[in-house]
Structures are given as structure tokens and as C-alpha cells.
Ligand binder design. Structure first.
Ligand code: 5GP
Length: 125
């Protein structure tokens, strides 16, 4: 496997503090912030601080500590924004786009967390 990471992608610049963001949560290895063009009342992006292109890169090469931190941060975001069913919320959907068929726009791994309304079918047909 080989992955080429572009250090000038927009999320790398957000992580370096060069571009502002509306932070929901920051942990040792993870940053979560509101999407600039939300597709739902709640639309948060969760990104690892490490340089990973997409989900399969992160899963293959990130240390277990970073992977655990990332997933716990995602669950904490759901709790913070009030959509986690375990905390009385109405639920959510997570999406991770990768590559050309996934229509990934930003080549730094991120999970979309969407909620705040009934989200409709999984995919447009
Ligand atoms: P992708 O298609 O790569 O899965 O999604 C990238 C997401 O990043 C899009 O939903 C887009 O609105 C969001 N985005 C792009 N640039 C910025 C930015 O500068 N700030 C924030 N907060 N979100 C961004």
C-alpha cells in the first residue's frame, strides 16, 4: 500500500491553525469542527491530527492509540451536540468519502457526523 499525503490540504491547514474553524472538541490526537457547508442541522467533521489520506490509510497505519482516540472523540461529539441515542438524542449518520468514486473533496481522512433531522435514504439513486 502506498499513500501520498498533501500537507497543503485544507484540513492540514486547519490543524496548523492557518484557517479558523468552529471547534466542537479537541483531544490529543483528534479535532472535531463544524462543516462550513452543512448538509443537515448538525454536520460535524472529525479529523485525526496525523497525516492520513483516507479511512483505509488511517486503519492500516495509525497507532492503536490514535484510532481509539479518534473513535472515542466521535462518540463524544455525538454526546456534545445532543444526537447520541445513548444520551437521549435522536440519532445520526456517519459518512467517510474516499477517492474518486467516494467523491472525496479533501484528502485528509475525516468522518462526517450528520444529524438533527431524519436524514433520508442512504444514497441518492
Ligand atoms: P469530503 O467530500 O472530502 O468528504 O468532504 C469535505 C467537507 O469539508 C465538505 O463537506 C466541505 O463542506 C468541508 N469543508 C471544505 N473546506 C472547509 C473549510 O475550510 N472549513 C470547514 N469547516 N469545512 C470545510
Amino acid at each position: 500500500m502506498s499513500y501520498v499525503y498533501d500537507p497543503d490540504n485544507i484540513f492540514a491547514r486547519i490543524l496548523r491553525g492557518e484557517i479558523p474553524n468552529k471547534t466542537v472538541l479537541e483531544t490529543a490526537h483528534t479535532l472535531a469542527f463544524h462543516d462550513i457547508r452543512p448538509h443537515a442541522p448538525v454536520h460535524v467533521l472529525v479529523v485525526p491530527k496525523g497525516a492520513y489520506v483516507n479511512f483505509d490509510h488511517f486503519a492500516a497505519e495509525a497507532p492503536a492509540e490514535e484510532i481509539a482516540d479518534f473513535h472515542r472523540a466521535c462518540a463524544e461529539v455525538c454526546r456534545i451536540v445532543g444526537i447520541g441515542p445513548g444520551d437521549g438524542g435522536q440519532g445520526y449518520r456517519t459518512i467517510s468519502n474516499a477517492g474518486a468514486h467516494g467523491l472525496q473533496e479533501v484528502p485528509h481522512y475525516h468522518l462526517h457526523i450528520l444529524g438533527g433531522r431524519v436524514l433520508g435514504p442512504l444514497l441518492a439513486r
